[in-house]
Design a protein around this ligand. Structure first.
Ligand code: TYC
Length: 116
């Protein structure tokens, strides 16, 4: 919580009305609390088919086909990419869904999360 002070023309100091108000106005600014965010990362491997990764991005992250291909190729070339940023609970659910789906289809695809 930050305390801001006002003085002079915008405050109540020296207004010259002779009423004896000599203090300096202080204003407490309410700070809006935002929940911490988590990046969901997709990792490259040598075995998961490219089409499977594209499908995962469409199915679990609602990413359109063209963008899914782009992100998949980024992971393929760079080793990792952020596929989305979410609250802890949503990020955890995405990671679990992707890991379960990859395992059920016998692909070694890895999905993790980290605090932003
Ligand atoms: N490197 C994989 C291949 O050549 C494709 C791939 C892309 C795998 C992205 C995982 O997260 C991944 N078949």
């Amino acid at each position: 919580m930050r305390t801001e002070m006002m003085a002079g023309p915008s405050g109540n100091e020296g207004d010259g009305n002779g009423a004896g108000e000599t203090g300096v106005a202080t204003k407490t600014k309410p700070k809006t609390q935002r929940p911490p965010l988590y990046k969901v990362l997709l990792l490259n491997d040598d075995y998961t088919p490219m089409e499977f990764v594209v499908h995962v991005l469409e199915r679990f992250f609602g990413i359109n086909h063209a963008q899914a291909v782009e992100i998949m190729l980024t992971v393929h070339k760079k080793g990792v990419a952020v596929v989305g940023v979410f609250s802890f609970e949503i990020a955890e659910t995405k990671v679990t869904q992707v890991m379960d789906y990859a395992r059920r289809n016998q692909h070694p695809l890895q999905c993790t999360m980290e605090k932003e």
